[in-house]
Every structure is written in structure tokens, then in C-alpha cells.
Design a protein. Structure first.
Length: 197
């Protein structure tokens, strides 16, 4: 159920948008508790499209609200920034390795249970480390190699090229009804020109 659907169920909806007069819907979303909901939804990883869907507005309306209403823009930015920080911290933690407490329940033979706490270590993940270094380590860690190259080409028609290509071209031209002798003369002219350069 979207956040806006809860608002829709208001019994005094007299045909207006969820019972709000013009301009009241955006004012509703600028209330502190609604701004917290927006921040929370963004922190959960919702895109603007999904956020607009949850607020029961269109994406262009959401974009217009972001431009017009700084409180809404700040709430969205805070949610996305918080989410990005959490992702960065998780990547960093995984790249370095970390300790954590694992709790397990041990059933004894007399029917009682005991909670056992064990410290465990997760070793650094090489793939995560490589990803973090590629993103943040500068050009020396980048897998892309930039090559500055200039390529020049000088195309000359050699006799052996004509002899290997000519039979296939001649067969195609004969099917099309073009005299092959015209092609032979044109190729000889081009070959003579290229050899004299």
C-alpha cells in the first residue's frame, strides 16, 4: 500500500484530490513527519520514479516540487546521501574485513537452552577491495588504458589483390549484366595510377 493510499481513505473526500484543496497536497508533504517518510523511502533505495509512485504523483510533478520546495528537495537529498554513505561504509568494511558476534542457541540434553556468543572474522574480499581501489584509487588503479594513437593508411592496389578479388567481382557483375571488360580496363587504370605515386 502506498503512503498516499492511506491518505485516500479519508471519508470526507468530496471529489477533490484525496480530500485536499488545491495546493494542500504539496503542503501536506512538507510537514515534518511526511518529510521523514520521504527521507526514509529514499534511504531504502527507491528511485524518483518509485518515490513519485509512493507519493501518488507523477515524476514531472515530483521534479517540479524538488525545484520549487526546498524542504522536499532536502529530504530527498538527505535520504539519497544517507543511502550512499551506508553503501560506501559497507563496501569499505567488506574490503578491509571485520569482526562480528554470532549468537547461536545450544540445546542441552536436560532440555534447557543456552545462548552461545562467538566472535567471528570475515576476511577481506579481494574483489571488493579491487572495486573500491578502481573507483577511488586514481588512474594507477584504473583498468582502462588510455592510448593516444594516430593511424594513417595508404591504400594501394597490388596486382595480387586484383587477381584474388577480381573473379568474385566478375561473377557478380556478369549476373547483373555489366560487361566485365569495362571493369578490367578501370582496374588497370587505377592500378597504374597507384603504382606511379
Amino acid at each position: 500500500m502506498t503512503v498516499a493510499k492511506k491518505i485516500k481513505d479519508d471519508p470526507d473526500d468530496n471529489g477533490r484530490r484525496f480530500g485536499f484543496k488545491k495546493g494542500e497536497y504539496v503542503a501536506h508533504w512538507q510537514k515534518p513527519e511526511q518529510l521523514e517518510i520521504i527521507t526514509h523511502l529514499c534511504r531504502m533505495g527507491l528511485t524518483k520514479v518509485k518515490l513519485a509512485e509512493q507519493m501518488d504523483i507523477t515524476v514531472p510533478t515530483l521534479n517540479a516540487w524538488i525545484v520549487r520546495y526546498p524542504k522536499i528537495a532536502e529530504a530527498i537529498k538527505a535520504g539519497f546521501t544517507s543511502m550512499q554513505t551506508e553503501i560506501d561504509n559497507a563496501l569499505y568494511k567488506r574490503a578491509r574485513g571485520f569482526w562480528f558476534e554470532e549468537k547461536s542457541v545450544v540445546h542441552k540434553s536436560d532440555g534447557s537452552t543456552e545462548t552461545k556468543i562467538t566472535d567471528k572474522y570475515i576476511a577481506p574480499d579481494p574483489a571488493t577491495l579491487k572495486y573500491v581501489k578502481t573507483c577511488t584509487g586514481g588512474p594507477e588503479w584504473n583498468e582502462r588504458i588510455v592510448v593516444d594513437a594516430k593511424v594513417t593508411a595508404d591504400m594501394t592496389i597490388q596486382d595480387h589483390n586484383i587477381n584474388t578479388i577480381f573473379p568474385a567481382i566478375a561473377a557478380l557483375l556478369e549476373k547483373a549484366g555489366v560487361p566485365v571488360s569495362d571493369l578490367e580496363n578501370a582496374l588497370k587504370e587505377v592500378t597504374d595510377e597507384s603504382n606511379t605515386r
